[in-house]
Ligand binder design. Structure first.
Ligand code: 9HU
Length: 236
């Protein structure tokens, strides 16, 4: 008596395309990202996977990926729950920077440290940052968003995982125990938190795990929610 859960990292966004740190900025899906979402929907349509409930973040690149998957697989009546706890990691002052600007501003050594660190957050996003207002006052975060104390100014991967797992444990786990058929569409770093927890992956190894965009992956969990199938990518 096992239970399956399907997870997908949202399709490529406009900012991924330009290699900009995106984080909590509410970037749109790129044309390619939209196509990734549609092909994931096509795949799932032809698969045995049907869903009772879907969870996603407060960011439109994940929400639109989910909408296209449900539409593509003919399951538009599946209830959708949105939570900030599935949001992408907040990159603080790096939000909106590309590689050259990041290295120019902070130096290649600091970038190399951040790149491989698990618990070193980037500098906080200052209130005069070009994207501070659009992120802090994103209307999507008004209802059911983080409290003022919870609202991040920057996050390490460790901090991101620490705010994602309470959602997994208090919302998803009870549903899995009821054998609900669940789809989660989220972001690279919030999904890292979930798979790290499920497969007991080390801090170092999870920092090196880069999930591909738009490709559904399956976990099959036993009665104790221990994986009997881990991160099985589904696709043609
Ligand atoms: C592929 C690419 O150009 O990545 C970018 C994009 C913007 C800035 C720096 C780079 S990079 O080439 O140095 N690579 C690169 C750089 C970084 C990261 C990362 O995963 C990565 O691949 C991080 O996770 C990361 C996390 C937190 C702070 C800084 C970085 C960071 O600086």
């Amino acid at each position: 008596d096992t239970v399956d859960i399907i997870m997908v990292r949202h399709g490529e966004s406009e900012w991924n395309l330009k290699n900009l740190f995106c984080g909590w900025f509410d970037a749109e899906l790129s044309e390619a990202g939209l196509k990734e979402a549609q092909s994931a929907g096509d795949y799932l349509k032809g698969s045995p996977y049907k869903f009772d409930i879907a969870y996603t973040s407060m960011l439109k690149r994940a929400q639109n990926t989910l909408a296209n998957i449900l539409e593509g697989s003919g399951q538009t009546n599946v209830p959708i729950i949105k939570t900030w706890r599935l949001n992408e990691r907040h990159y603080g002052a790096l939000t909106g920077l590309n590689k050259v600007e990041t290295v120019e501003k902070y130096g290649a050594d600091q970038v190399a440290i951040w790149r491989r660190s698990f618990d070193t957050p980037p500098p906080e996003m200052p209130e005069d940052h070009p994207y501070y207002d659009s992120i802090r006052n994103n209307p999507a975060l008004k209802e059911d968003g983080p409290t003022p104390e919870e609202f991040p100014k920057t996050e390490s991967l460790k901090l991101t995982i620490e705010r994602t797992l309470p959602f997994w444990n208090s919302v998803v786990v009870p549903k899995l125990k009821e054998k609900a058929r669940i789809l989660i569409v989220a972001h690279g770093n919030s999904l890292r938190g979930i798979v790290k927890h499920l497969d007991n992956i080390s801090d170092e190894d999870i920092t090196n795990l880069n999930l591909p965009t738009g490709i559904p992956f399956l976990y099959t969990l036993d009665a104790n929610l221990k994986p009997v199938v881990s991160m099985k990518f589904l696709g043609d």
